[in-house]
Write a protein that binds this ligand. Structure first.
Ligand SMILES: [Fe+2]
Ligand SMILES: [Fe+2]
Length: 276
């Protein structure tokens, strides 16, 4: 195989989570070594292939979380994160291989370099979380998982700018906001190993959001559009509801997310965050 889009299609059509992750890591290495060197063209499936397990449930049917700090709640958290990472692998390949209407904007080699790295990181994250689950006597597939994650991909399947505006710049940026709290909980309960994994995930995710802002800005520059206004319009159109506080401003800043872009779209300030 020499074309990146064919690698993408193969990963998207692979149902098993571990196999999907391992294929991603192999194809990413082949891209870095120049063994995969052309982009190619494919027709993508509407939804990526999934195993029978985990059972996918509507968000309202998901079981309630167990008490914080209990082994059951830790397994539930790691399982939910492993599910997010699995979807993130597919999303990274999808944005590389989808035939978006780009209005004359071409995705240059640097774009594919960035997203191959994202896909590779997500596969690493999924496998790390699977390892943590295994250490607790569980594995991915044991619990039901949220079936809403592919929705933002479907909603933005026709629009490249909307895809970047929502997936890296809203959803992955939200990951930067919530991960430090999870790290603190793991440390509080003495699970240094899980805390360390989550820190790696957080630090990698900064680069994913960074890739989102970089290519969103490039797309806006190509079309002569204002970045702030265009991003806010797309989020209002494609994202349900307001952005949640509290924000992790330092990590967002490192990722190129400007505070003036996202503050106007956030829920009203509450006492959990100062205005400073
Ligand atoms: Fe990730
Ligand atoms: Fe990511």
């Amino acid at each position: 195989m020499t074309a990146l889009c064919e690698a993408a299609l193969d990963v998207l059509n692979t149902p098993d989570a571990v196999e999907k992750s391992q294929k991603t890591r192999r194809y990413a290495a082949a891209w870095r070594k120049g063994e995969i060197y052309e982009i190619g063209q494919v027709d993508l499936p509407d939804r990526p292939a999934r195993s029978e397990r985990p059972q996918l449930l509507a968000p309202k049917d998901m079981p309630r979380r167990a008490k914080a700090g209990s082994p059951r709640s830790k397994i539930a958290l790691l399982h939910a994160l492993a599910h997010i990472e699995l979807n993130a692998i597919d999303l990274a390949w999808d944005v590389m291989a989808r035939k978006f209407a780009l209005g004359g904007f071409t995705r240059p080699k640097g774009f594919y370099d960035d997203w191959v790295k994202v896909a590779n990181d997500e596969a690493k994250h999924h496998l790390m979380l699977e390892e943590r689950l295994n250490a607790l006597g569980a594995s991915y597939g044991d619990l039901p998982a949220h079936d809403g994650l592919w929705e933002s991909s479907e909603k933005t399947a026709h629009d490249f700018a909307a895809r970047l505006a929502i997936v890296p710049m809203v959803l992955e940026a939200r990951g930067l906001d919530v991960t430090p709290g999870m790290i603190a909980i793991m440390e509080k309960y003495g699970d240094e190993e899980t805390a360390r994994c989550l820190q790696i995930i957080h630090d990698d995710e900064v680069t994913h959001v960074r890739a989102g802002t970089r290519w969103f800005e490039a797309w806006c520059a190509h079309h002569g559009k204002d970045v702030e206004e265009t991003w806010q319009d797309l989020v209002r159109t494609y994202f349900n509801g307001q952005l949640k506080r509290p924000f992790n401003h330092p990590s967002r800043e490192e990722a190129g997310m400007i505070r003036d872009w996202y503050e106007p779209l956030a829920e009203a300030l509450d006492s959990s965050e100062s205005v400073a």
